[in-house]
Design a protein around this ligand. Sequence first.
Ligand code: ZN
Ligand code: ZN
Length: 370
Amino acid sequence: MRRTLVLLLALVFSAAFAVAQTRTARTTLDIYVVDVEGGNGVLFVAPSGESMLIDTGNAGAGAVRDAERIAAAAKDAGVTAIDHLIITHWHGDHFGGLAELASRIPIKQFIDHGPNVQPGAAADEFLQKTYPPLYAKAKHMVAKPGDKIPVAGLDVQVVTSAGQTIKTPLSGAGRPNPYCANFKPGENNAEDPQSVGIHVTFGKFRTAHLGDLTKNKEFELMCPNNRLGTVDVLLGLHHGQASSNSEVVVHALRPRVAIMNDGTRKGGEPEVMKTVHSSPGLEDLWQLHFSTLSGQEYTVPGMFIANMVDDQQPGMPVTPFTLPPQGTQAPPAPQHNGTAYWIKVSAQTNGSFTVTNARNGFSKTYSAVK
Ligand SMILES: [Zn+2]
Ligand SMILES: [Zn+2]
């Protein structure tokens, strides 16, 4: 009897030790780019175990689906709370899943750009009724350019917020940006340019996520001097929409890898695909979705794409689908409510990183630049 007990205790202790070992063994910064159907949901988990989420997916019918997809990524990463949540701006594809997510996992800090500047029933009601009780039980921060978000083990700097940009270059950046000379101003709505944009440093690894920041703000941030320098991975790209992604940001940042949060018929637009693929130093573009707006002409190979559609077509037309003019009824976009897959980045302090497509297991390692 006593021998059994000793054996049992030994087993329990060794199991606990093994768990402790795997916990302390984390050395990478893991980034989960979650498929929230053309919205945004990007989870950072530092080696310290501290987590930071950028956006919570779609509102309405997509809210439960997207919150569960984000919660699944958190579970995979072994995190039991979102330590820092950034809502980049008050569009439904960014804040939409927040209440659903908050009912699934505790959120300790809420970060946003301040009041909504694009009046709309859903966002206004959310900000009046749903949001205040959520952050009342936690911390709330209205981000300003230059602020730091305290994630242990990472240097997270706010570079844009509420239509303002940092004025002083990040350390090591600030050279003249040669792409400013050919800049062409773009169109934008009121909220996209308000996006909270961040730059993250982890040892020698650097990445940036600028929310849905539009071309005109990209110019203010990056011209005449490139205040961000270069990055290894560029995240988001405003779903791959042409109202963002000018050369002043994409080419000047010289990403080795870009990861686009597009949808089945959102983003991946030809103009953006041309800008990204002609970006100096680009090794690969990864996409959350096949987008009919790319067609075979502009899409990347399927192994770099994480998600399909529910009703799989035999083939994608070569010619990109063109949306009818605004105000005209478009046919419904292809649906994806089935299994969703993320794209995961695991970065090391020496600057090397591995990107994995959870759908097909395809994985590629980008070694540190000497
Ligand atoms: Zn999807
Ligand atoms: Zn968006």
